[in-house]
Design a protein around this ligand. Structure first.
Ligand SMILES: Cc1ncc(COP(=O)(O)O)c(C=O)c1O
Length: 390
């Protein structure tokens, strides 16, 4: 029998399951088996699978205008840009298709600003273990240790420092430094938050030294932490911010946002065939309008607190490590390298969770997940952990 997956490029070890449908927190495979989804497209499906607001926005927009050309304005591009500017306090928005593309744009914008306003400064300080994407520049900006020698030569101009170490940032600044770039919570690294004090001190330092602060909110933005943007918890504001993942609620949509003082691209510096297309922008508007309705984010905070408490209880019961994160971006430290086995056994029991590190489980359910679904997830995980041979 031929391998049914043979034409799909083998870029990651996928389990032999084929999903065909999704509803809310649940996915269904070709055998009709249902899975409780606490991965949700890698923190992407803000409103779960097949949410009404996105279905309706896409259907309406597909009937009206799918694509016109990035060289023309369209009404959805304008609507989404205005919504993002309004909620972020930043001024200019470039819509893109993926997080890596938005981050490439952020790096280019910082370098353009450096060329125009800081005598050609171009170096960007980024964090050890940070993750910014899989293009050459964003891999170079990322601090994943095993990427250090991959796809050489690297894009030059990135200096890495430890997260939450202001002295290290200060020492890394040179006359060529144009920006500091980081995630408010390092998601792929295993959910490690930048502390409020670090973010505030970094904002003050970057102001004093005339360096830009770039926040990669691709995983933390769009309500994931209980606020529209993660930076709100620290009461700061970046010069440049990137969004993707949750912004489209499941469709490919990203954004590069900039303060008007640093928004300095000349015509032709930035662009892309699909950037700002009305179909994806309409989905983004539906997501933003939903998550900014009264009480939506309060409920995210409540659900996050409920999930965190449940994970702490499991941790005590099974003698595991700490829980980390904020809102509905949470991790459970297993205290041993058993994440991959736990993820596999959970999937066999109908639960989808992710292990970003050998010793860590990550939970990123839909933002409208119910307490009953959290309880079901905790019950399955409890059973799986009870059987953990480690
Ligand atoms: C913080 C962060 N930045 C950038 C990216 C890359 O986004 P994309 O996979 O859409 O290119 C990710 C993806 O996981 C991310 O978590």
């Amino acid at each position: 029998m031929t391998d049914p997956f043979h034409a799909v490029m083998d870029i990651t070890p996928r389990p032999p399951i084929v999903f065909t449908a999704g509803q809310g927190s649940w996915l269904t495979d070709t055998e009709g088996r249902r899975y409780l989804d606490f991965i949700q497209g890698w923190a992407v499906n803000t409103l779960g699978h097949a949410p009404r607001p996105i279905i309706e926005a896409l259907a309406r927009q597909a009937e009206t205008l799918i694509n016109c050309s990035p060289a023309f304005y369209n009404d959805q591009m304008i609507r989404l840009s205005n919504l993002l500017a309004h909620h972020s306090g930043l001024h200019h928005v470039f819509l893109a298709n993926s997080g890596a593309e938005a981050n490439e744009g952020a790096i280019k914008l910082a370098r353009r600003w450096g060329a125009k306003h800081r005598d050609g400064a171009y170096e960007i300080i980024t964090m050890d273990h940070g993750f910014h994407g899989r293009t050459l520049a964003t891999m170079s900006a990322s601090g994943k240790p095993h990427w250090d020698h991959l796809f050489e030569p690297k894009v030059a101009g990135f200096t890495k420092v430890p997260l939450n170490d202001l002295a290290a940032v200060t020492n890394a600044i040179t006359p060529r430094t144009v920006a500091v770039m980081l995630e408010p919570i390092q998601g792929e690294a295993g959910v490690y938050p930048a502390t409020t004090a670090f973010l505030q001190d970094l904002r003050a330092l970057t102001h004093t030294r005339k360096i830009l602060l770039i926040l990669d909110e691709i995983q933390t933005g769009i309500g994931r932490t209980g606020r529209v943007f993660g930076f709100e918890h620290a009461g700061i504001s970046p010069d440049i911010m990137t969004l993707a993942k949750g912004l489209g609620g499941g469709v490919p949509l990203a954004a590069l946002l900039a303060h008007r003082d640093v928004s300095c691209f000349d015509h032709g510096d930035q662009g892309g065939t699909f950037c700002g297309n009305p179909l994806m922008a309409a989905a983004g508007c539906a997501v933003l309008e939903t998550i900014t309705q009264p009480n939506f984010l309060t409920r995210v905070e409540q659900a996050g607190a409920y999930l965190a408490k449940g994970l702490q209880t499991l941790s005590k019961k099974h003698r595991l490590g700490e829980t980390r994160g904020q809102g509905l971006l949470l991790a459970l430290d297993l205290g041993r390298d058993s994440a991959a086995a736990t993820v596999d056994r959970a999937r066999e029991q109908g639960l989808l969770i992710n292990g970003p590190r050998p010793d860590t489980l990550r939970f990123m359910p839909a933002l409208n997940v119910t307490d009953a679904e959290i309880d079901t997830m905790l019950d399955i995980l409890d059973t799986v952990l009870a059987k953990d041979p480690a």
